[in-house]
Design a binder for this molecule. Structure first.
Ligand SMILES: Cc1ncc(COP(=O)(O)O)c(C=O)c1O
Length: 398
């Protein structure tokens, strides 16, 4: 953390460039092209979008009037409930709280569940934003490991061991980013047992729930379908419809009646202090969610097609494509060729020289070397050209 006169310690994140961002900037400054295999923004990968229908959905004269509801306009919450029914989960719209994004949802939930200095348990490897979101609320992040052996598994004993006196919530990401792993039904039950025994809430980030990968294991896709312990499932248009720019997410609340009612009343008060969700997207939600299946199909075709190509391309090379159940990313295990902590960095830097940007595994806090993470969203031509260069770079010296 960097200190600065009047500013808080929690906002003092280092902001300097790292070796990879410097190499990338230098390549671009020299006019070198880059195939960006870290691109995970679905609005920038050449997917066809129904632009006219989206524009029509976004315009509604009711949006000229400001009449906010802290947990979201009832018609928008009903539309989210109808979308959950499509996935086989009838949910009462009164259990839904609308948010401006998943990050906004985390902020509301961390304020609800944690006092400054409390802990949250999050998976490792996972989504790097957790450290920022938690630290900005004055909350510590502790990790529990995901282990890989032909597929990713939760080490329930390690989760138990990571629970401390100030742990308030257990975060599950399913499918996880970047591992693409779903938790299994047995793992869900084990986590519920731990949450009950240690009075923890469960936060389930299920933003990728709609994106299965062929051969992936099935798993529970709405932890908030169960009322055993206080549980919050997160979803949103960002991934669920490939529309991150519209800024609409949601929290589904579940749990024993009294605890859930108290939590929802407090969430409403916290949300009322910000009223972060814009009116137009709430009025548009029913029409946007009606367009979502076609948008998801296009993304699914892209991610599944790219993954199938990568699986074929990896065969017989020194790289292993790790098994995944869903999501938008692929993890490549690459040969370690130097002292600890050097292979991923070296490879990522060399790949920038080759005109390809990938994420090294340490970006997602992989416990060991050497892994590279690529997005499955880029246009197939870019994806194939970029990953072919990655595989060539990783070839063992002859
Ligand atoms: C697991 C996970 N959750 C949440 C998000 C962010 O979603 P939102 O755009 O709704 O904040 C991401 C974005 O990559 C993600 O990977």
């Amino acid at each position: 953390m960097v200190s600065c006169g009047v500013a808080s310690r929690r906002s003092g994140f280092p902001r300097g460039e790292n070796a990879l961002t410097q190499a990338l900037a230098a390549r671009r400054a020299a006019g070198g092209a880059i195939i960006d295999l870290t691109e995970s923004n679905p609005t920038r990968v050449g997917l066809e979008d129904p632009a006219a229908a989206l524009a029509a959905a976004m315009w509604d004269a009711r949006s000229l009037v400001y009449a906010p509801d802290p947990v979201g306009l009832p018609a928008a919450r009903a539309a989210v409930a109808a979308d959950l029914a499509r996935r086989g989960h009838p949910v009462d719209p009164d259990r839904i709280v609308l948010t401006a994004s998943t990050s906004d949802a985390y902020g509301l939930l961390f304020k609800l569940l944690c006092d400054p200095g409390d802990d949250l348990l999050v998976p490792r490897p996972s989504y790097p934003l957790f450290d920022y979101l938690a630290t900005l609320e004055g909350v510590h992040v502790a990790h529990y490991p995901l282990l890989y052996a032909a597929g990713w598994q939760l080490d329930v004993d390690a989760v138990r061991a990571a629970i401390g006196p100030r742990t308030r919530a257990l975060v599950v990401v399913s499918p996880n980013n970047p591992t693409g792993s779903r938790i299994s039904e047995d793992e869900r039950r084990a986590l519920v047992g731990l949450a009950r025994d240690h009075e923890l809430a469960l936060i389930a980030d299920e933003v990728f729930a709609d994106y299965d990968l062929p051969g992936g294991r099935p798993g529970p896709d709405l932890l908030a379908a169960h009322d055993d312990v206080l549980t919050f499932s997160l979803g949103g248009l960002s991934k669920g419809a490939g529309l991150p720019q519209l800024k609409l997410g949601w929290i589904i609340c579940a749990g024993p009646a009294a605890a859930r009612a108290e939590a929802q009343a407090r969430l409403a008060l916290i949300a009322d202090s910000y009223l972060a969700v814009a009116t137009p997207v709430q009025h548009a939600a029913p029409a946007l969610l009606a367009l979502a299946p076609a948008l998801r199909d296009a993304i699914r075709a892209r991610t599944q097609g790219n993954r199938a190509w990568l699986a074929r391309a990896c065969a017989g090379t020194a790289c292993t494509l790790l098994a995944a159940d869903g999501g938008w990313s692929a993890v490549l295990r690459v040969p370690v060729d130097g002292p600890a902590g050097t292979t991923e960095e070296r490879l990522a830097l060399e790949l920038v020289q080759d005109g390809v940007l990938v994420h090294p595994g340490y970006f997602f806090d992989f416990a060991s070397e050497a892994f590279l993470v690529v997005s499955l969203l880029p246009a197939p031509g870019d994806f194939q050209a970029g990953t072919a260069r990655v595989l060539a770079r990783c070839a063992p010296p002859s």
